[in-house]
Write a protein that binds this ligand. Sequence first.
Ligand code: ADP
Length: 656
Amino acid sequence: MAESAVADTPTVENHTFQAETRALLGLMINSLYTHKEVFLRELISNASDALDKVRLRALTEHGLLGDDTKLEVVLRPDEKAGTLTISDNGVGMTKDELTKFLGTIAFSGSREFMQKLSGDASKDAKLIGQFGVGFYSAFLVAQRVVVVSRAAGHDEAWTWTSSGEGTFTLAPGGRLRRGTDIVLELRDEQKEFLQPWRLRELVKKYSDFVGHPIVLESEEVEGEGADEKRTKSTETINKGSALWTRPKGEVTDEQYAEFYKHVSHDWDDPLARTHFTIEGTQLFTGLLFVPKRAPFDLFHREMRSGIRLYVKRVFIMEECQALLPEHLRFVRGVVDSDDLPLNVSREVLQHDLVVESIKRQVTKKSLEMLEALASERKDDYAAFWKEFGAVLKEGLHLDPNNKDRLAKLLRFESTHEGGGLASLADYVGRMKEGQPAIYYISGPDRAFLEKSPHIEGLKKKGYEVLFFTDAVDEWVATALPEFEGKKLVSAMKGEIKLEGEAKDEEKKDEADPAWGGLIQAMKDALGDRVKGVRMTERLTDSPACLVAGEHDLGANLERILKQHGQGGLPGGRRTLELNGSHPLVVNLRELVKEPKHRERVRQWTEVLHDQALLTEGSPIADPVAFAQRMTALLVESTARELGETPAGGEAPKVEV
Ligand code: ADP
């Protein structure tokens, strides 16, 4: 919050901007200096929102508008004073609102934002797009900004003044009617914004679709001094019809983009859009967009999300969450319904059948927009996926009706050569003859997973393996046991049967005299730290690995949950699998036959087990003992290189 300081006159109060606001201001001025003109779009957008709000309130608060019923935005350049005023007769702001709205960033992600700042202006500039900081763009062109506002239904006005350098003042008075004047004292180099032609041009470019009249009030000055004659002229300079009501063919890409910026408060163009009218049981128009970048608060509970709701062209509410399912919360835009009542409230929206039906259609149209993006613009879809994939995945659990469509939109990295993201359909199309399942492996990142022992056998067979690198991917797998009839199988869980034939390995191993001895010795050594020991086809180069049961949590998820403080979970015991074609395992099988080697086999089993933990990214229980055993083994082998017998020629002396 802004801090109040001692007032230097009885009525003028001095305030300090919230630290985040200050940082943002500096950043914005640096990053947008070549796009200064956007200030006009931002201020008109705020003025138009204020008009929407007062019109809405007037529906229930009779008399709120008084005789001031013609809602409009007025642009008033004053060449003499060097000021441009953007004026509206909207809801206005009270003193508290002026302090709060213009002195702080009411945004849940502002702390993250600050942490992300690198100090490199060109990098930081890109972050700006993820913020709604419209008002502050006034400082791009103005050395001082004066905001005079009187809230609807209040009888006092307040004047807010700032040079954008960390402080602002508040003083009573300045306006007799409802609404807000934003007075920009333009910098010398920015005087072009006093030219009527320039203002017309900018309104055409950025704000033509604003649903209220934008009136240019210019003055011609003739003569000087006592002979000076001023003639005022007013003209409406925008079309004034809501953009979504126009036929698609008549709206240009640029106009759509500007409209998107207006509703979303984004600074960047949208990545994709869909504009449609539904004429079924409900009549409504929708204009939906996907942003290029995720906002900072995408995973915050209090994220600003939802679309704008209009009823018969009348603005009803911003951020209407009832119209979008949770997993599409990144979609922005407008829905304009002909069926909802004008006095609809948020509470009513939650349970309204009309709303339910609109939501279903909005969901369908949003998915169609993503499907089109995925098939027509692969690179853009990959960019979308990077920003919002994790959110879309939530839908697999939340929206069972659309599970099949959502499954087709999933993308993963994989072992497939040529890189790029794989869809499940791509994967199935590339499956080898006789390949029984879709394989995946979960872990922190591609580089780590590529080297994992768990996928050695699969890679050798030429089977593609999907990399589940997102924390929620394993959870995705639980919602999606199969895709197009192919099972999704974790390379780290259960038994892998590469040939597809069913055989009960464990039973066979125990009975198999060749391996039975080693398996038993290892089980004895590891006790209840493992669920069992068995031979596997999973490995080719590594001697051993640990695998979870088919329905167990899995090492990756367990680690993630622990990181998030869920340490009390029972650590899932895993099965130690051995590679029967690895020389080390073969040697152990022979050594274990001699009782005198038993103790050393026990030590080596410990080393193998610890290695298996390390290669899957899990911590080992006793790193010191592990290091001591490794050291002893190295001593032995270096001594052998020198032709000596290691001290005592016996097992390394490690107590466990
Ligand atoms: P945003 O529009 O993204 O919320 P801004 O910095 O542009 O961010 O504005 C902050 C808030 O100040 C707005 O949400 C609105 O409540 C208030 N505001 C700005 N301009 C006006 C105006 N002309 N009339 C009434 N309120 C305004």
